[in-house]
Design a protein around this ligand. Structure first.
Ligand SMILES: NC(=O)c1ccc[n+]([C@@H]2O[C@H](COP(=O)([O-])OP(=O)(O)OC[C@H]3O[C@@H](n4cnc5c(N)ncnc54)[C@H](OP(=O)(O)O)[C@@H]3O)[C@@H](O)[C@H]2O)c1
Length: 234
């Protein structure tokens, strides 16, 4: 789909990758950008329509769908993470909390906006996933599992929404320089670069964007003799 004249909604648009999406959408000529945030006061970007939207609250999602009935592009960006392995004492609670935002809220948003996208000609759904959809080293165990589930959800939605001509794009990337990765001493992409690649892919009609080299290597390695999701010899 083309961004020019599109009406977009971005979840978690007050900071990080979501804010970069809102800015780039405006720069590419989107007609309107609804900037979803738990606290709309946190939206300081000029030119967007602030929208109260805690994706974990069904009432917020229903109200957003009522108000933003002109949307042609939904970007499910809001997400949370927490370090820790599955053998940690609190791992079930952590996993439930993370799945609530990274999986169930994406499902809730997609269901709420599918009829709106259909009514507006098909449009597109862009889900922000991760290289962690494919590898789980155990340090971010529940986060990775939630992104695997969200990847599967994205693949299912692509098939279900094909009937109404909605493009569904899964965006995968490794570390990006945002609050989520603050303190991690690893190579990071800028949010702006990731977003440019994602929207280039969307405008080219792609189903999937692998937005950095590490992600491309991991994906390629899935079918290697020793696949990338197994521990690699050091
Ligand atoms: N940074 C990375 O290295 C990286 C890599 C791969 C994928 N990702 C994915 O990229 C997406 C954005 O991450 P980021 O790096 O930009 O993280 P971030 O800087 O921590 O920002 C997260 C955003 O999500 C919002 N959010 C969290 N829970 C929400 C809820 N229940 N309702 C509405 N908004 C909510 C936050 O709002 P508040 O300000 O209210 O907390 C914030 O705007 C996530 O899905 C993340 O998993 C990130």
């Amino acid at each position: 789909m083309q961004i020019e004249n599109a009406v977009a909604l971005v979840t978690g648009a007050n900071r990080g990758i979501g804010l970069a999406f809102a800015r780039e959408l405006l720069a590419r000529g989107a007609r309107k950008v609804y900037a979803g945030a738990r606290d709309p006061v946190a939206i300081t970007q000029a030119g967007v329509e602030p929208l109260r939207l805690d994706v974990n609250k069904p009432d917020d999602v229903a109200a957003a769908a009522e108000l933003a009935s002109d949307v042609t592009l939904v970007i499910n960006n809001a997400g949370i993470g927490q370090p820790g392995g599955f053998l940690a004492a609190d791992s079930e609670d952590v996993a439930r909390r993370i799945f609530e935002t990274n999986f169930f809220a994406v499902l809730r948003m997609s269901k709420a906006f599918a009829p709106i996208l259909k009514a507006n000609g098909g449009g597109a759904l862009l889900n922000v996933l991760s290289v962690a959809s494919w590898v789980n080293g155990g340090e971010l165990a529940a986060y990775s599992a939630s992104k695997s589930a969200a990847w599967s959800l994205t693949n299912a939605l692509r098939n279900e929404l094909a009937l109404q001509k909605t493009q569904v794009l899964g965006l995968h990337m490794a570390y990006v320089d945002t609050d989520l990765t603050r303190g991690l001493e690893v190579p990071k992409s800028s949010p702006e670069e990731i977003v440019r690649r994602a929207l280039d892919g969307l405008e080219s009609g792609l189903d999937e964007v692998l937005a950095d080299e590490l992600t491309q290597q991991v994906k390629q390695g899935m079918t290697a003799a020793r696949p990338s999701y197994l521990p690699q010899a050091s």
